[in-house]
Write a protein that binds this ligand. Structure first.
Ligand code: ZN
Length: 486
């Protein structure tokens, strides 16, 4: 370790957002570049955040009735061609295996870009009667999409995700399932990741290949670009027809089931980093922080050291019993200042310092990562520190959400005409535009081609908007959110 080198500041976020993001990911040791272009390595600190997030989301998914399963990585190439829109959507980015065991394969295999095809192939064999429905499975796995332009966590050739796949007896049930998962994702992102969102359905142009309807949760990043955080698709009967999934209904008639699929990926790590990070490093919401609190003992001589460390170890035990994921930093040979910077970089929500004077006064000095350095430190009675920490972490969680929501509010606007939309999208920090839209694809295409903003979400349950389309001037069908997107 070279403290001098490591103490170098990262590029300020306001100066170059992309450079700030990349440097932060590397310096906080979340991920690294892999030898294969477009692939990344999840380092233990990055993977631990994914595991925390995964554990909480997995519980929420299971509560809806879905169960976990695992399907193979390799899919016969012919499966992809069975659903016409699906193949058109995915073929360009599919990786194909042509050789195995030193021989050319009779049929090439694709490396799954998503698993609709293989899962529906199996569903066709498992679903016979209405009593087999609903069938709801989820899998946590990796998928591969041959991306030419990659960015750590946000767009990589291989990424981790969960994909849920369900089959239902009626259209209404499938629609309800797609909306249930939209709500699961919204609540999860807001409550656990402290990410404020807009939700709604996708326009036809942005829909998942082969879906009747795609629902989405979208966050706005501090650089004014939107990030799709999760999607839930109502697939109708398209895949059931393509894979010949049929069931006997209560009247003994053969029917095609109605289906959904839904997923979130390791992109969420990118969203977390961008939404909450600052020039000192990461700021992790306590709900997903691998270390929620870190104790830094401070001493000048061995005698002090022994007493301080003993108190620190006792506090560690108390915090662990209080359910706080705590780390005690007993590293030798680095200064307390170095340790403070290091834990700030890694985004630990609460830092607890114990020095000789603290010990004499039976207190701990606490610093909250959600607050700017000045005024962030305060004292707690040593005996009460462990008991107060869960409440304090809940406050940090709320505070990060409130700050992100305020940033989103500042970056959301209602353009009064097309010129204002163009001007804002051309500038720095483009933001999220809420605008009246006729719903025509031609207007959407014009906005995309001229401003690079795309339709991110059309909020559900809108009343008659009453306005006129910002692009063509015809009566508007609805309000929609447009933004430049990751
Ligand atoms: Zn229009």
């Amino acid at each position: 370790m070279n403290p001098k080198k490591d103490e170098k500041k990262i590029t300020p976020r306001s100066q170059d957002f992309a450079a700030w993001y990349n440097e932060l990911v590397l310096r906080a040791e979340l991920a690294d570049y892999a030898p294969v272009r477009g692939c990344i390595v999840f380092r233990p600190d990055g993977y631990a955040i994914w595991e925390a997030l995964q554990g909480e989301l997995d519980r929420r998914i299971k509560r809806t009735g879905a169960r976990n399963a695992y399907f193979p990585l390799f899919i016969p190439q012919s499966f992809l061609s069975k659903e016409a829109q699906h193949v058109a959507g995915f073929a360009p980015e599919v990786a194909v295996v042509t050789h195995g065991g030193g021989k050319e394969l009779d049929e090439p295999l694709i490396v799954r870009p998503t698993s609709e095809t293989i899962i529906n192939h199996m569903f066709a064999q498992w679903i016979r009667s209405h009593r087999d429905l609903p069938l709801m499975v989820n899998q946590w796995c990796n998928v591969v999409r041959w991306e030419m332009r990659t960015r750590i966590f946000l767009r990589t050739a291989e990424f981790l995700w969960q994909e849920g796949h369900t089959a239902h007896a009626s259209r209404e049930e499938a629609e309800q399932e797609a909306l249930t998962m939209l709500e699961v994702y919204r609540a999860f992102c807001e409550e656990i990741l402290a990410l404020p969102l807009v939700t709604g359905r996708k326009s036809a142009a942005e829909r998942f290949p082969g879906a009747l309807e795609t629902y989405t949760v979208e966050a706005l990043m501090p650089d004014g670009r939107a990030l799709q955080c999760g999607t839930s698709h109502h697939l109708g009967q398209n895949f059931a027809r393509a894979f010949e999934i049929r069931f006997l209904d209560a009247n003994n008639q053969l029917q095609y089931p109605w289906q959904t699929s839904w997923g979130v990926s390791t992109r969420l790590l990118g969203a977390l980093i961008m939404a909450h990070g600052d020039d000192q490093g990461l700021r992790l919401p306590p709900a997903v922080a691998p270390r929620q609190a870190v104790i830094v003992p401070i001493w000048r001589n061995p005698q002090e050291g022994e007493a301080v460390r003993q108190a620190a170890r006792q506090l560690l035990g108390e915090l662990e019993r209080a359910g706080v994921r705590t780390h005690l930093d007993e590293r030798e040979g680095v200064t307390p200042g170095f340790k403070f910077n290091d834990w700030e970089m890694r985004g630990v929500p609460a830092r607890i310092e114990i020095g000789p004077r603290d010990l004499k006064e039976r207190r701990a000095t606490v610093a909250r990562r959600d607050r700017p350095a000045a005024g962030a430190r305060f004292a707690l009675a040593l005996e009460e520190t462990a008991a107060k920490m869960p409440g304090l972490l809940a406050e940090v969680q709320q505070s990060l959400f409130a700050q992100a929501r305020e940033a989103m509010r500042r970056n959301t606007f209602e353009p009064k005409d097309y010129a204002e939309l163009s001007r804002r999208m051309a500038g720095e920090g483009a933001g999220l535009a809420s605008l009246f839209w006729c719903g025509a694809e031609s207007c959407e295409t014009k906005v995309r081609d001229e401003t690079r903003a795309t339709c991110r979400a059309v909020p559900l349950g809108q009343d008659e908007p009453g306005g006129r389309c910002l692009v063509c001037g015809e009566p508007a069908r609805e309000r929609a959110y447009f933004a430049k997107a990751y």
